[in-house]
Write a protein that binds this ligand. Structure first.
Ligand SMILES: [Zn+2]
Length: 410
């Protein structure tokens, strides 16, 4: 049967489906001068010699023009549904004020909670659409989206319903995560336990009834929630069928990675301050690390997460944008790839895998972040002839074409 589409003229096709035990370069699964056949939105062929009957009168041809072809990016950690912006706070930080000082005066994350809780679902959708368009233009074809700026059970549900509507309005596949333990809402400041119980007993069951999320996340940090506060919520989430993601060890080493390992989390995210014991715990539990270097840059907190040490210990490492209004106001995938190499210590191949194959594993969807026969034809054609150009030509896009389920998006 002829293909609907045949992508030709590529320097190489990276399937990201090489052997799991191989080097990063081997895992890229490069096919020199490969072609990709697409039928009914799925990859029907990857290799150098397409079947003779693969090209018929109805087959469209897409010439990669000597660029390389790879799977669509998977942005496995974003907070892209929010209202309001924090440009004023950014300016104050540039003038030398500390985040803690700004937060103490009611700024910081509380500003985002106020604006988001006051926004309608329509407004949240309208604000998020251009952010998704920017991600798509850079080759992101799947993104995880967290709630966490609602501040009430109803507003958290509204954010997740907005994610569901957004999924139907544009090409990027979206995966919802309920992150109600993000910040203690102002109304609950004197009774934080009441917020934790509302999340556990009202919000999580409602999220599951409506099928609004696949993951439950929590911000475990001195300035947010303790392991003791988060554990009952996460345990309940697991009981309801959600998998666990965690924001841990960002500003202080608080045993967050160990908690993620103990709870069998799919990933431990941030990890700027992870301890050697935390690295060992992730390794032993098979928990993946998600590094968010653009937020380390933007938040002006140091150090960057020890990506090299994590990989050397055998912990799979993914990268993501962490798009959010407070600590990473950027959809720039290529900045994250560049920082992943320059500051987290990854090689270009490791960084590329971190935004494709390993990110797909974090989201737990078989074949996601890879180009495999039978899998979705989510792929990117680059002007650059090698993945090595992406972190090197940092913070710039060399994307020529993005295809979602075989359809051109650009
Ligand atoms: Zn985050």
């Amino acid at each position: 049967v002829p293909f609907d589409l045949l992508v030709t003229g590529a320097s190489e096709v990276l399937t990201c489906d090489g052997p799991a035990q191989g080097t990063a370069e081997a895992r890229l699964g490069a096919v020199r001068r490969g072609v990709v056949g697409v039928s009914q939105g799925r990859v029907a062929f990857v290799g150098t010699d397409p079947p003779r009957d693969g090209v018929g009168p109805g087959t469209r041809l897409l010439d990669a023009g000597g660029g390389f072809v790879g799977p669509g990016f998977v942005d496995c950690h974003t907070h892209l549904v929010f209202a309001g912006d924090r440009a004023e706070e950014f300016e104050r930080r540039c003038r030398g004020e500390s985040y803690l000082q700004i937060a103490a005066e009611g700024g910081g994350i509380q500003r985002s909670l106020e604006a988001t809780s006051a926004a309608t679902e329509d407004a949240l959708v309208a604000l998020a659409l251009p952010r998704l368009a920017r991600l798509l233009a850079q080759g992101v074809t799947t993104a995880e989206v967290k709630s966490g700026y609602g501040g009430t059970v109803e507003a958290e549900l509204r954010c997740l319903r907005a994610v569901r509507r957004l999924a139907a309005l544009q090409p990027v596949t979206l995966v919802g995560t309920v992150l109600a333990l993000h910040a203690v809402p102002v109304a609950y400041r004197e009774r934080r336990q009441a917020w934790i119980e509302a999340v556990r007993d009202e919000l999580l069951p409602a999220v599951c009834r409506e099928g609004l999320a696949r993951f439950c996340d929590a911000y475990v940090e001195q300035a947010a929630f303790s392991p003791e506060e988060a554990t009952p919520v996460l345990t309940q989430a697991r009981r309801l069928g959600l998998e666990i993601r965690l924001h841990v060890d960002q500003l202080t080493a608080g045993g967050g990675a160990e908690l993620a390992a103990r709870l069998g989390a799919r990933s431990a995210d941030h990890l700027e301050q992870i301890s050697p014991a935390g690295v060992a715990a992730l390794r032993a539990a098979g928990t993946r690390a998600v590094l968010l270097p653009t937020s380390t840059l933007f938040g002006r907190v140091r150090p960057y997460a020890p990506g090299r040490a994590l990989l050397d210990a055998g912990v799979p490492v993914a990268l993501a944008t962490n798009l959010n209004p407070g600590t990473s106001m950027s959809e720039n995938v290529f900045l994250a790839l560049g920082l992943g190499c320059l500051e987290n210590g990854l090689t270009p191949a490791e960084a590329y895998l971190g935004f494709t194959r390993t990110a797909g594993e974090v989201l737990g969807v078989p074949g996601l972040g890879r180009l495999t026969v039978g899998g979705p034809a989510d792929l990117v054609v680059y002007r650059a002839d090698s993945y090595r150009q992406l972190p090197y030509h940092f913070a710039m896009s060399d994307v020529a074409e993005v295809l979602k389920a075989g359809r051109r998006c650009s």
